[in-house]
Design a protein around this ligand. Structure first.
Ligand code: LLP
Length: 420
């Protein structure tokens, strides 16, 4: 459930008409509903309430400080994958001891920063990283809590570009080597192995791959304990899919039940790293139609946002529902449109042959389910502005990232001295 509803024919975020925000902020912009973010967090927390769980919001899904703070205020931790994300989480008030740090390519300076910050744990993804981390931590007189991220070789049955748990994906330590590596780690000066982690992919719409991965995790925990090694934490990653269209996706409560069913008797602290499930349906991207252009075989609605603002359709062929800001009076007046942006690439297409109520230049539309992996993946291709993000709470709204115009971007560049 989200808090984007029509009231008297106008689309609202909570108690604010989106057209009001458009008037003040200009289009395109991202808008988030604080009540929806809070609700999604609470739903997830409720789903795992019967186990000892730390919920670490995957900051990559939406790294705006106001979004992270909304969740931190409810007790969320953070899953970060760079020092940049770590700094954001800290700035938003996430306590260091609720931050886990994942990622295949943490650099020496990133590890140094994490070790000195005293975060909850580093999720180690390779033997080389393990060695470097141990060296870096020991040099700072720290025994860094770690978990080994294991690659369980499970097919997540999601889009290939966001599958992470097959043995030919770059993530984690191959599960067949994990026990040996854990044993080695337990003898290293700079690390304190606490347990295992896995994350098999994103936008999973079936619980069975989770079940397969959980079973493998359980097997490994048993093996480690059989060798007399301590295992007190299991990080189950993120990945729970959300509905982008009418198809149903597993509910958080069902996911929680599965965890209890498969791993409930493991006697460990669990960590979860949900991203999309918390932020996805809490955000919209609002755009204006610039032109409607008829071609021999179709009609294009050319809008003012483009693939640089929301990459998901061009990168993953992702579907986002598109809705008008003014509810159509004549729903029988449906037409087929290709919704495209101004960027000079054919891939700059949000939707093909989409049935929408008649569009005209100046109409405002919104892409639903854009709160996760929307703004965080945006860029300035074609020298476009980085678009604003707005947060709504009740009848109030605030710009939480202003538009970053081309002038400001050009100010970051300089000519070599031989050109000036
Ligand atoms: N933990 C780890 C280690 C991850 O790599 C990810 C996502 C998550 C947690 C959060 O997963 P979630 O709960 O959001 O599914 N840009 C793509 C999604 C990339 C996901 C990357 N990793 C998209 O727009 O679909």
């Amino acid at each position: 459930m989200d808090h984007f509803q029509y009231k008297n024919g106008a689309l609202f975020a909570e108690d604010v008409a989106l057209s009001e925000i458009a008037k003040e902020v200009g289009t395109p912009f991202y808008v988030y509903s604080q009540a929806t973010l809070e609700r999604h967090y609470e739903v997830f927390a409720e789903a795992v309430k019967d186990i000892d769980a730390t919920i670490c919001f995957a900051v990559k899904a939406n790294s705006n400080i106001a979004v992270i703070k909304t969740l931190a205020d409810l007790g969320a931790g953070a899953d970060v994958v760079s020092v940049g994300e770590l700094k954001r989480a800290l700035k938003a008030g996430v306590p260091a001891d609720r931050i886990v740090y994942s990622g295949v390519g943490k650099s020496r300076s990133e590890l140094e920063f994490a070790v000195q910050t005293g975060i909850r744990q580093i999720n180690v993804e390779s033997e080389e990283e393990l060695e470097l981390l141990s060296e870096v931590a020991a040099a700072h007189d720290v025994r860094m809590p770690i978990v080994l991220r294991v690659n369980p070789d499970v097919d997540a049955k999601t889009h290939a570009k966001i599958s992470t748990g097959k043995s030919d994906n770059k993530f984690g330590i191959d599960w067949t080597r994990a026990v040996e590596v854990y044993q080695r780690a337990s003898n290293m000066a700079g690390v304190a192995p606490k347990g295992l982690a896995c994350h098999i992919g994103s936008q999973l719409t079936d619980l069975e791959p989770f079940r397969a991965a959980f079973r493998r995790m359980k097997e490994m925990v048993g093996e480690l304990r059989g060798l007399g090694l301590d295992v007190s934490r299991v990080d189950l990653g993120g990945g729970l899919g959300i509905p982008y269209d009418e198809r149903e996706t597993p509910l958080p409560i069902e996911y929680g039940k599965l965890v209890v069913e498969e791993l409930g008797d493991l006697n460990v602290e669990f960590e979860f790293e949900p991203g999309r499930m918390i932020a996805g349906n809490a955000g919209l991207l609002v755009s204006e139609v610039i032109y409607v252009k008829k071609a021999p075989s179709k009609t294009f609605a050319i809008i003012d946002s483009a693939m640089n603002d929301l990459m998901r359709p061009s990168l993953y062929d992702a579907y986002h529902a598109i809705v008008p800001l003014v509810e159509a009076e004549h729903v029988d007046d449906m037409q087929s449109y290709d919704i495209v942006g101004p960027i000079c690439e054919t891939g700059d297409t949000f939707a093909k042959d989409r049935q929408l109520t008649r569009l005209e230049s100046g109409d405002l539309i919104a892409f639903r389910t854009s709160g996760a992996y929307g703004a965080t993946m945006s860029n300035t291709y074609n020298s476009r502005a980085l678009i604003p993000e707005v947060m709504v709470k009740g009848d109030k709204f605030a710009v939480i990232r202003r538009r970053i115009e081309i002038e400001e971007q050009m100010d970051m560049e300089s000519l070599p001295d031989w050109q000036s």
